[in-house]
Write a protein that binds this ligand. Structure first.
Ligand code: DHB
Length: 394
């Protein structure tokens, strides 16, 4: 008998969908070309919206976030060498949680194992067939080299920013919207104490830097770099000199330094593909849309997609049938475009474009002053950083 839902991609989006459907008594098979170890050790995002954190606890994924996560009631915007706090609690009554995506993944993978869900890691040569029928199939090669086929009622493409599934929507029936940026992020992990109690998003004439955290003894930091930058050209001294210069100011602020034990260049772009559904296949998370990392929207957006998608799929397996799926894209897409705008806005406000002029730099400082200088400006940022409701608003 066919499985109700086959999920291509077992990252946070795919596994959260499997978890939510499992709670509703709907069986899934999730599969991923990466091994569990590969996913667990690839550094990704770090910030969860309060309602996403709540969902992880209340739907029974894990309450580890309450013990190991850090609730942040605001962020710091740093520019002109000065600190400006955006107080989320005061402005919008919300917090966010510092809890790495790798931990979200571990919690979800453990929950699937605990609940007897099927997740296949390290598979190869995934093929998705017959999505314009009610009997789609997924073929794959298992780690032992044997070829298998899964028959399903629906296939969900949750296979990330390099999605294979989104390419199955016929070229003449899909639209791709996107934007490239002339910079990337250099990301590091360092063994050092926290430099500040909250995240610091820093604008400087030398470029952007983000001071984030992982634990009391491990910190995550990023600085704007050329997309073709080579990490081997960056010994620790050079990394620290660069980061210190981007947060320096008359207040004498300094980052607490330590050995750098992980470094990588993270390229990014803005991207949306519509439609998010083709026949019996539905796209969720980065497979359908990606955002630049500034503002920490990507993971949150993906998890909101699957929250809507789980509800719609439960209805589709109930009395409503396939028509229920029509509600998915309209509910997901408003949030997607709001996040596209916020991520773009934060990115352009905080990064220096190569070849930019002094005018550009001063205009950015004017924009940042407009944001921090009034309660309305700070509230605009706080509302978006802490998330939007899952339901569309008029
Ligand atoms: C982290 C990443 C982000 O893109 C962001 O906006 C905030 C934090 C992080 O990895 O900690």
């Amino acid at each position: 008998t066919p499985v109700p839902v086959a999920i291509v991609g077992a990252g946070p989006a795919g596994l959260m969908l499997a978890h939510l459907l499992g709670r509703a008594g709907i069986e899934t098979i999730a599969l991923d070309t990466r091994t569990r170890h590969e996913i667990e050790t690839t550094q990704r995002a770090g910030i969860l919206e309060a309602d996403i954190a709540r969902d992880l606890v209340e739907t029974g994924v894990s309450d580890r976030i309450l013990a190991d996560g850090y609730e942040h009631e605001g962020i710091e915007l740093r520019f002109g060498g000065q600190a400006h706090r955006i107080d989320f609690q005061d402005l919008v009554g919300e917090s966010v949680w510092l809890y790495p995506q790798t931990d979200v993944f571990v919690d979800l993978a453990n929950a699937r194992q605990r609940d007897g869900g099927t997740v296949l890691f390290g598979i190869k040569d995934t093929e998705v067939l017959d999505i314009t029928t009610g009997n789609p199939r997924v073929r794959y090669t298992a780690p032992d080299g044997t070829r298998h086929e899964i028959r399903a009622r629906y296939v969900v493409g949750a296979d990330g920013s390099r999605s294979m599934c989104r390419g199955l929507v016929p070229e003449d029936r899909r639209v791709r919207y996107g934007k490239e940026y002339p910079f990337a992020w250099f990301g590091i992990l360092t063994e050092a104490p926290m430099s500040a109690p909250e995240l610091i998003y820093a604008h400087s004439a030398h470029g952007f830097a983000l001071i984030s955290q992982r634990t009391e003894t491990v910190q995550r930091m990023y600085f704007q770099c050329d997309p073709e930058e080579n990490v081997d050209a960056w010994p620790d001294d050079r990394i620290w000199e660069t980061l210190q210069a981007r947060v320096a100011g008359p207040d004498g602020f300094r980052l607490k330094e330590g050995p750098v034990f992980e470094k990588s260049v993270l390229k990014f772009r803005s991207f949306v593909q519509e439609p998010m559904r083709w026949g019996s296949m539905v796209l969720a998370g980065d497979a359908a849309h990606t955002v630049p990392p500034t503002g920490a929207r990507g993971l949150n957006l993906a998890l909101h997609d699957v929250k809507v998608l789980a509800e719609v799929l439960v209805r589709a397996f109930g009395s409503e049938g396939e028509n229920a799926l029509d509600d998915y894209q309209p509910q997901a897409l408003q949030r997607v475009w709001r996040a596209q705008n916020f991520s773009y806005w934060m990115t352009q406000m905080l990064h220096t474009a190569p070849g930019g002029s002094d005018y550009d730099l001063r205009r950015q400082l004017g924009e940042l002053d407009n944001v921090v200088g009034t309660r309305a400006g700070r509230t605009y940022l706080a509302e978006q950083y802490t998330g939007w409701p899952t339901r569309p608003t008029a």
